[in-house]
Design a protein around this ligand. Structure first.
Ligand SMILES: Nc1ncnc2c1ncn2[C@@H]1O[C@H](COP(=O)(O)OP(=O)(O)OP(=O)(O)O)[C@@H](O)[C@H]1O
Length: 351
């Protein structure tokens, strides 16, 4: 069953203070990984802390594996949390940190030692038992924190921005390791992040939160390819919004461009969220020429970024930002090119 939220809300302080979580419902199925994604202040950490029992909800019900845990304390829930700051005991060596939870819950010494060693091996740190946290890299410290959470064999494992103190390369490898371990051990995980690429990479389900509510929940592909609001589209992929008109035949007119949305939209004002990689840059146009079905665009700026180029154009729709794989092309500031939107990467969202 995993984790279930039923109409859960939260306010800090008295009855007049605002609800920072506003009656949300979701399920994290057993053995799967859900990320809670959203901008700063949207209520992600509060939601995670309510799963952990570190905050009490102001209303609603929280179930873990079908059991109502709404009023249980953190130690009564069989939940472990890995924090952004690692929260290791600095004076204790690695094995001491990992077995701490077992020691305080009265597990026999020999068993605690054996389980801690197994857990360290799981995160690739066998042989580091005697080191102090200060003698480890950031990535290794985060692995110790992970081993310390895993050793308790929790029914739910929670991560609060676990990678934000690591550099970009390490972040990617730790992210993949967490996902690999979660799948191998069949762990039920809720994972808070504000980084959409991290969420896309590790999740079975992504829940996007906006101001205390769930803006949209679904698979990574659902959210990336089929955002239902401008907020989600913008949050998931640097999409730029353009105002247009939806017509009676179901298409949407965006300046000279005609799009066919995946879902029917009512005729009238419409808005399209276009990701930078959705644009295709066609041929150069000569003085005043225009191509039917394409947007004339003057190149204002471009940057080479190794495997792709970033291009900024002026067009009748305003500034258009494009990411193109054509790194070898002879890009020149001032040239006028034909842009088109052949398909993927465009979503028509509510106005
Ligand atoms: N202990 C607290 N007392 C009062 N208000 C709080 C407390 N903790 C959080 N808040 C408020 O609740 C709202 C949600 O905070 P929360 O930390 O859950 O957001 P978040 O999405 O995790 O943000 P961030 O990414 O910045 O951590 C914010 O407006 C915040 O100021």
């Amino acid at each position: 069953m995993g984790i279930q939220f039923k109409q859960v809300s939260k306010r800090y302080g008295g009855a007049n203070s605002p609800l920072v979580v506003q009656g949300i419902d979701f399920v994290v199925p057993k053995g799967s990984l859900t990320t809670i994604l959203g901008p700063s202040g949207c209520g992600k950490t509060t939601t995670l802390r309510m799963i952990a029992g570190l905050e009490a909800p102001s209303g609603g019900q929280i179930l873990i594996d079908g059991v109502d845990v709404t009023h249980l304390g953190p130690s009564e829930r069989n939940v472990s949390m890995v924090f952004q700051s690692y929260a290791l005991f600095p004076h204790m060596n690695v094995i001491g940190n990992v077995r701490y939870g077992l020691d305080v819950s009265g597990v026999h010494k020999a068993e605690a030692q054996e389980r801690a060693q197994k857990s360290l091996a799981l995160v690739g740190l066998a042989g580091y038992e005697e080191r102090l946290p200060s003698e480890l890299s950031g990535g290794q410290q985060q692995r110790v924190a992970l081993a310390r959470a895993l050793v308790l064999e929790p029914s739910v494992l929670l991560f609060d921005e676990p990678l934000s103190n690591l550099d970009a390369r390490l972040r990617r490898s730790m992210r993949d390791e967490i996902r690999h371990l979660q799948q191998r051990l069949g762990l039920t995980v809720a994972y808070v992040t504000h980084d959409q690429s991290e969420a896309l990479a590790v999740s079975d389900q992504i829940i996007v939160m906006e101001a205390g509510r769930i803006a949209q929940a679904g698979t990574p592909q659902d959210l990336y390819e089929r955002p239902t609001s401008a907020f989600v589209a913008g949050f998931m992929g640097e999409a730029v919004l353009f105002d247009g008109q939806s017509l009676h035949d179901g298409s949407v007119q965006l300046g000279p461009l005609r799009l066919v949305p995946r879902h029917a939209v009512t005729p009238g004002a419409a808005r399209a969220a276009v990701r930078p990689e959705a644009w295709v840059v066609g041929r150069e146009l000569s003085g005043g020429e225009s191509l039917p079905g394409s947007l004339s665009a003057e190149l204002k700026q471009w940057s080479y970024l190794g495997s792709f180029v970033e291009l900024t154009f002026d067009t009748e729709l305003g500034q258009v930002f494009v990411v193109s794989p054509e790194v070898e092309r002879d890009w020149r500031i001032g040239q006028v090119l034909a842009l088109s939107l052949p398909g993927r990467g465009v979503s028509v969202v509510a106005v």
